[in-house]
Structures are given as structure tokens and as C-alpha cells.
Design a protein around this ligand. Structure first.
Ligand code: ZN
Ligand code: MN
Length: 438
């Protein structure tokens, strides 16, 4: 192969905010395990004359996301109508943001130091849900509008991603960020975080003249599999001197491949225009600064802070997965006196020996110190126990002498038991070996 094929991948991530009410009305935004069409009103059903009023909390949440993702926050922004026809979209348009979103630019930094640039982060409303069923032998499609107009944040990246691995890392950072901010549960199984990848493969270092959109994937593993499948497929087509078709595809987890999908917006002309029922939104510098200072420490920062405090990388990563646990360990770092103590404390919690929710950081640190100090039986005391267990088990001694050297573990166990865990197993093993080989 004398050509250099480089995957060019951009991501679009939709995150449903966990606000109490919907984006433009006061209906409850919660729509899981709710009887169909019960959280609806004239606004989210798109009835004529109903007026949308933006949800203040949703605006606050998207600004927090923007700040956490290093975006520029636009003090002036507006909503636009994005038109297309589909039964789950009762108004015939989605209220979204077109040319003046809340957040532009920004980036996500990968562990390698590579920055994935963001194009924009905007606020919009979710659609209803179609449910396909067979009733009385007939195939029917039902519409549930409970999800209609639930606040949705869309995070769009530049095509800076060049592998499935990078895509996965990028997505995991977005996932943990919104969860840390507490603005969404980002549960992919429930569809509160939905992933789309725009994939193409470049054969000349330039941006390819086509792209394939893989839509609505609901796990990190599947999106990585879909990307790898697409990269191989495009490369094969390019090697034949052809260009892959620009299209939308879906991923089948059972077939482990992507399949062409009929796109719901046949015409790509959405006829965007400013939403006439919602005045443009202006934010103040102070408002943004207040939100900035209210942001929690984000996962990557948690990891670097803990590592600086002496925690091992894998422990720091594990701790950072949970915001409360991270806060807890920040307190632990102020109590510990060595890297060893830090990692003993982390290990005790991560390996489920101590439930951190039931102990204060002080108790955790004291417990690991006691465990450390407990192994303080002197060599003399250990020797005494070694003599005792040898004298008490002549049959096992004989076995050992006949060549069954594994019986040493039996003796180590006996010494540990007699010392109630206070002996050092290494020292006991050494002393036993010396004694038994004599
Ligand atoms: Zn409503
Ligand atoms: Mn969208």
C-alpha cells in the first residue's frame, strides 16, 4: 500500500438535560416509565397559538457545559426554527440554534495532549418518540410526546479525531464531564446521551469530499466498532479507486456492521430562520463569571490533583469516576503522610475493603494506619511462633522434608493465624524456610 489512509472523524453528541421541566413549557421533563402522552401541553404538542418560554435552568446548564469544555460563551444568542417533517415533531420544526448558539469553539484534551476542537455547543428541544408495535395483527406506529421538547444539548466537534480509540476517549470525557456537572445522567441505555459520528477516510491528507454519518449509537463500544467498520469499508472502496457514497448509516450490534439507513431529513435544507416567539437572549459577564466559579473540579483535574498527591494513575482514574468520591479523596490527601498511605487508602476503597460512604476520611486514614502498624511483630516474636507451629505439626514437617515444599504455605498460614495477622508473612516464610531446611 503506497497510499496513506487517515481516518477523519467528527462527533455529534446529544445530551438530554435533567431539568425538572421541559425546554419551553412547564411540563415535567421526566419521560421514563411514564404513561404515554401524559406530560404534554399545547406548547410541547405544537398546538397553534401556544407560546414557548425558554427554561432558565437549561440555559444555566448549557453555559456550565460550555465553560467546562473551554468554549467561548456568547453573551448574545438566539433560537432558530429548524424545519423538517416527521411524526415525532409536532410543530413541523425543531427549536434549535443555528448561527448564534450559546457556546462556540472550545476543546477536549485527550491524555496524549491532543486537543479535539469543538465547533459549537447549542441548546435545542428533543422530539417525541415513535413506538412500533403489532396490534390486532397490524403493524402500527404510535407516538408518545412525553419526550417532546425536553432540553437537549448538542456538542459538535471538528473532524479532529483519527481513530476509534480517540473517539472513545473523547466521548468518555464528555460523558464524565456532564455527569460531574450534574446536568444530565447521560445514561446511554435510556438515550439521555446519543452518539453520532461523521466518518471519512483521507487518502491525500486533505479533508475528503464525502462523509458517512453513523447515527444513534448507544454505547462507547458500539461507536468504536462502527467507526472501525467504516474505516475498513472506506479504505477498501478507496483502494478500488472509488469514493464511498455520502449517506447515513446505522450500527447493528447483532450483525457487527453498519447498514445504510433511510435518512429522515431527505432534504438537507432545513429553512432555518430566527424563532419569532422567543426574543434573543443576552447574558451578562457577571452571570457567566458566577457560573464559572461555581463549577466543580472536573474528572481530568481530579486525576491530576490526586496523582500530584501521590496516588497511582489507575487509582486516581477510578476515584475520579464519582464526584462525591473525588471530594472525599481530596480530604484524604490532606490527611495522608506518604504516597504509600495514599495508595493504601485508595486500594482499601477501590478493592471494596472499606465503604467510603460509611466512614469519614479521618476514619479511613486511621484504619489503614492501624493495619500498617499491626504488622509489627518483631523477628524474635515471629521466631517463637515459627517454633511453635513446627513443633505442633510433625507430620507436615515430615511431608515437607520428603519434598512437598508447598506445605510451607500451611505453616505461614499457621503463623499468621497465631499472630492474628500481626506478623509479616514474608518474614515468617523466610524464617520457616531456614528452620525447615536446617
Ligand atoms: Zn408541555
Ligand atoms: Mn441536534
Amino acid at each position: 500500500m503506497n497510499q496513506d489512509f487517515t481516518p477523519v472523524i467528527g462527533m455529534e453528541v446529544h445530551v438530554e438535560l435533567s431539568t425538572k421541566s421541559k425546554m419551553f413549557c412547564s411540563c415535567p421533563a421526566d419521560h421514563f416509565h411514564v404513561p404515554p402522552n401524559t406530560h404534554v401541553c399545547p406548547v410541547c404538542l405544537g398546538l397553534p397559538g401556544a407560546l414557548p418560554v425558554p427554561n432558565k435552568q437549561a440555559v444555566e446548564d448549557i453555559i456550565k457545559i460550555g465553560l467546562a469544555l473551554n468554549c467561548r460563551i456568547n453573551l448574545f444568542s438566539k433560537f432558530d426554527r429548524k424545519h423538517y417533517f416527521y411524526p415525532d415533531l409536532p410543530k413541523g420544526y425543531q427549536i434549535s440554534q443555528h448561527d448564534q448558539p450559546f457556546c462556540t469553539g472550545g476543546y477536549v484534551e485527550l491524555k496524549s495532549g491532543k486537543k479535539i476542537r469543538l465547533t459549537r455547543v447549542h441548546l435545542e428541544e428533543d422530539t417525541g418518540k415513535l413506538i412500533h408495535k403489532t396490534i390486532d395483527g397490524k403493524r402500527v406506529s404510535l407516538v408518545d410526546y412525553n419526550r417532546s421538547s425536553v432540553p437537549l444539548v448538542e456538542i459538535v466537534s471538528e473532524p479532529d479525531i483519527s481513530s476509534a480509540e480517540e473517539a472513545k476517549e473523547y466521548l468518555k470525557i464528555i460523558h464524565s464531564t456532564v455527569r460531574f456537572l450534574g446536568v444530565s445522567d447521560a445514561d446511554m441505555e435510556k438515550g439521555s446521551m446519543r452518539l453520532e459520528a461523521n466518518i471519512s477516510v483521507s487518502s491525500d491528507g486533505k479533508l475528503p469530499p464525502y462523509k458517512v454519518e453513523v447515527k444513534n449509537v448507544n454505547s462507547f463500544r458500539y461507536i468504536a466498532a462502527a467507526i472501525n467498520y467504516e474505516i475498513a469499508r472506506h479504505t477498501r472502496i478507496l483502494l478500488q479507486g472509488e469514493l464511498p457514497k455520502q449517506e447515513t448509516r446505522g450500527y447493528s450490534a447483532t450483525l457487527k456492521k453498519t447498514l445504510p439507513q433511510r435518512s429522515k431529513e431527505e432534504a438537507k435544507d432545513y429553512r432555518y430562520f430566527p424563532e419569532p416567539d422567543i426574543p434573543p437572549i443576552t447574558l451578562t459577564q457577571e452571570y457567566v463569571a458566577d457560573l464559572q466559579s461555581s463549577l466543580p473540579v472536573l474528572p481530568e483535574k481530579v486525576v491530576s490533583t490526586l496523582k500530584d498527591a501521590g496516588f497511582r494513575d489507575d487509582y486516581a482514574q477510578e476515584i475520579s469516576k464519582n464526584k462525591e468520591q473525588s471530594k472525599y479523596f481530596f480530604k484524604v490527601t490532606s490527611l495522608i503522610e506518604s504516597n504509600k498511605e495514599a495508595n493504601l487508602a485508595a486500594s482499601a476503597v477501590i478493592n471494596n475493603r472499606i465503604d467510603w460512604t460509611k466512614h469519614t476520611p479521618e476514619e479511613l486514614v486511621n484504619t489503614i494506619r492501624q493495619q500498617k502498624n499491626r504488622q509489627t511483630l518483631s523477628q524474635e516474636e515471629t521466631e517463637k511462633l515459627v517454633d511453635e507451629v513446627i513443633a505442633a505439626n510433625p507430620a507436615v514437617v515430615a511431608e515437607y522434608k520428603r519434598g512437598k515444599t508447598t506445605s510451607i504455605e500451611f505453616f505461614v498460614g499457621q503463623v499468621m493465624a497465631r499472630s492474628r495477622g500481626q506478623a509479616s508473612a514474608t518474614l515468617a516464610r523466610d524464617l520457616l524456610t531456614l528452620r525447615l531446611q536446617a
